[in-house]
Every structure is written in C-alpha cells, then in structure tokens.
Design a protein around this ligand. Structure first.
Ligand code: ATR
Length: 276
C-alpha cells in the first residue's frame, strides 16, 4: 500500500495541492494519496499528533498554521527556522521535520522560467508580510545580497531586514520613493495580496518609471495577469505570475517525500486548466 500525504489549513476546500500531487503520484505510478484536511487553530496540536500517530509520511501546511506549527514539530530545517514558517513537513526516521519551500520554489520558478541571473539583478520587493519574508530570506540564503524593500508600513520592512540571520544589504523605501526610483531596478517582486480576485483593478505601486526590459514577478496567480503585470508589460517589462512559485514549492515538497522528480509541465497544466 502507498503512503499517505495531505495539506492542513483553514479554510482548505479550495486548495489545488491535492489535485496537483495526486496527479503527480498517478503519473509516476506511485500508489500514494494526498488529502485536504480542514484543521482549525484550536485543533492544530492534536492534528499534528494525529499525523504522527497515523504514520502520515508528509504534509503541507497553509494559512493559518505556517507559523504556529513550529513548536509542534520534532525538528525544523535552518532556513524554515530563520523564516519562522513551515509549509512542508517530512517524516524522517519517525520524526516530523519542518521545511519551507515557498521562497525556494519562487527562486526555482524564476530560474527556470526567466533564466534569472540573480546575483547581478537589482531587486525590489514590494510588501513585507509572510510571503515577502520567505522570498527575501531565501534569496539572501541563495547568495543574492542586494535587495531593497518597500512596504505600506515601512517599520515592518525594517523589522524583516533586521531579523534576517544571513548577511544582506538592503534599503527600506517608502512607497513613493520606490515609485520614483523604479528605473533603478531590474527585478521587481510583488508579494502583497493587492490585485487578487475580486479586486483585479488594484495595484500596489505605479510602474510609470519602470525601465523597459525589467522583469516583474507577481506571486498572485488568480487572476493570471494582475494589473501591475499588465501595466508593466505596456512599459516594455517582461512578466511572470505566481503559478510557477506554487508549482515549484509543491515540486520541492514532492521530491522530499518521494525522492522522485515530478513532471513540472504536467503539474502546471493541471492547475492552470482547473483555474480556467
Ligand atoms: P502574507 O503572509 O500573505 O504575505 P500579510 O502578512 O498580511 O500576508 O502581508 C500582506 C502584505 O500586503 C503586507 O506587505 C501588507 O502591507 P502592510 O505591512 O503595510 O500591512 C500588504 N498590504 C495588504 N493590504 C494592503 C493595502 N490595502 N495597501 C498596501 N499594502 C497592503
């Protein structure tokens, strides 16, 4: 019999992870199954114990449990510990070990889809929430040292930079400063929820001053093309949406669980077709 996998979150009904992982299992003829588990915050400790007791081999963790699950696991990988959030749990020698593949998935998507030469880019991250933190720390961990950040609440960006345990050099900019100086950057990373369905005409920043040839990535994939990506394209930028990050964070988890590499195009197609 195959192994059991899943994702815990609240809400969880709309998660596309079961579709993506079950199809990847089938396509590699693995007899495993991946289920969505609706776990409310008050049930999280029992749910983690249950995962361990029932022999679940690995699971993903999504909102609102990515941070609160840390003290409930047996071990935390160093990058996940630095980020302070876990999205992937792997059973290793009967211990539950927490990892974070969000930022690494983002980087892998960027390298695969855009052939990024990250060490030579001038990077600006828009936003300073949980997603920005995973991406910023993973980029710095990967050797990218110059990354600026702008956020509506600049104190949050300062806090994010100051708490990074890896060496980095960053300026925190006010949104207006970032808009003014946008032409200095070659890679813009949009990490806020602004522009997501249903608010598809919203944008977190004006791209009036963007340089043609700049690459803009939005971590949102619903809609496929957010307003900031549309406007950036009109200014001659190249763009990527957040589908790649979602697929690769899943692929990294899949590799940890099974030791096998899933077919990325197949994963992407099944998720994209579902989103329509
Ligand atoms: P996540 O964990 O998904 O990143 P989060 O921690 O709530 O979510 O962070 C959301 C990000 O979107 C933050 O950068 C937030 O800015 P603040 O730190 O100033 O709150 C940004 N954000 C959300 N709504 C916003 C809005 N209406 N205008 C500007 N920024 C917004």
């Amino acid at each position: 019999m195959g192994n059991l996998y899943g994702v815990i979150g609240d809400p969880i009904a709309h998660s596309l992870s079961p579709l993506m992982h079950n199809d990847a299992f089938r396509s590699l003829q693995l007899d495993h199954n991946y289920y969505p588990f609706h776990v409310t915050p008050s049930h999280l400790p029992d749910a983690v114990k249950g995962m361990k007791a029932l022999g679940v081999n690995g699971f993903n963790v999504t909102i609102p449990h990515k941070v609160t699950i840390l003290p409930l696991l047996d071990k935390i990988d160093s990058l996940a510990n630095a980020i302070g959030a876990v999205n992937t749990v792997v059973r290793e020698n009967n211990e539950l070990v927490g990892y974070n593949s969000d930022g690494l998935g983002f980087i892998r998507a960027l390298k695969e889809e855009w052939k990024a030469d990250l060490e030579n880019e001038k990077v600006l991250i828009i936003g300073a929430g949980g997603a920005a933190k995973a991406i910023y720390y993973s980029l710095v961990y990967d050797g990218v040292q110059t990354i600026d950040i702008c956020n509506r609440t600049p104190e949050r960006a300062v806090q994010l930079v100051q708490s990074c345990p890896y060496p980095s050099q960053s300026n925190v900019l006010l949104m207006e400063e970032a808009e003014e100086n946008l032409g200095e950057y070659t890679l813009l990373i949009q990490t806020t929820s602004i522009g997501m369905i249903p608010n598809i005409t919203d944008s977190p920043i004006s791209v009036q001053n963007i340089k043609p040839g700049t690459h803009v990535v939005d971590i949102i994939y619903n809609p496929f093309e957010t307003m900031i990506l549309k406007e950036a394209k009109q200014k001659g930028a190249t763009t990527s949406n957040g589908l790649g990050m979602f697929i690769y964070q899943g692929a990294i988890a899949f590799e940890k669980w099974t030791g096998q590499t899933p077919n990325i195009n197949r994963m992407k197609n099944i998720v994209a077709n579902h989103l329509g």
